[in-house]
Unconditional design. Structure first.
Length: 148
């Protein structure tokens, strides 16, 4: 499914619609956010985290690799793998322990093997002044999501 997002507000609204389509318990979900530098991956992740009830800042996990959020619908882990270069490093950062929450992953291509574990692949690309978002289901439940 593809959708045009004319501005940042549209990206934010899409993040909320995506979260609304997901089950109340977010545990075990993995969302892959793909796209070039500045395509809007962090903007979308921030929108999802805020829509889930987080009120403070949403810092980039570029250096910490993982930023955890404890929220009423469960934990959300915002992960940025830009600085990761192998599946070993992914294990080292504690990836396997993050399965009690929803993992939102920027730069998933940095760690081979993530696609097999994920529910949705969301690719953002530049389209004029806005962005195009392409949502692809990677699991049964991912394919069944109906995003408004
Ligand atoms: N739909 C949209 N149309 C136009 N601009 C947008 C849209 N969504 C987000 N933006 C803008 O694009 C920029 C995206 O920055 P963001 O940090 O989210 O990108 P990113 O993909 O996470 O980059 P990086 O790879 O560096 O982490 C921001 O300036 C944001 O305001
Ligand atoms: Mg980013």
């Amino acid at each position: 499914m593809k959708r045009f997002l004319p501005d940042e507000a549209a990206t934010t609204a899409f993040g909320k619609a995506l979260l609304d389509a997901m089950p109340a318990d977010l545990a075990g979900w993995t969302l892959l956010l793909q796209g070039d530098l500045g395509a809007g991956k962090s903007t979308l992740a921030r929108a999802i985290i805020k829509a889930a009830g987080h009120t403070g800042p949403v810092p980039s996990p570029t250096y910490t690799l993982v930023e955890p959020y404890k929220l009423s619908r469960g934990n959300i882990y915002h992960v940025d793998l830009y600085r990761v270069s192998s599946a070993d490093e992914l294990r080292y950062l504690g990836w396997n322990e993050l399965d009690d929450g929803c993992r939102i992953v920027e730069w998933p291509d940095r760690a081979p093997g993530l696609i097999e574990q994920a529910d949705l692949s969301i690719t953002l690309s530049y389209e004029g002044e806005g962005r195009l978002v392409d949502i692809e289901g990677l699991s049964k439940r991912g394919n069944q999501l109906k995003i408004q």
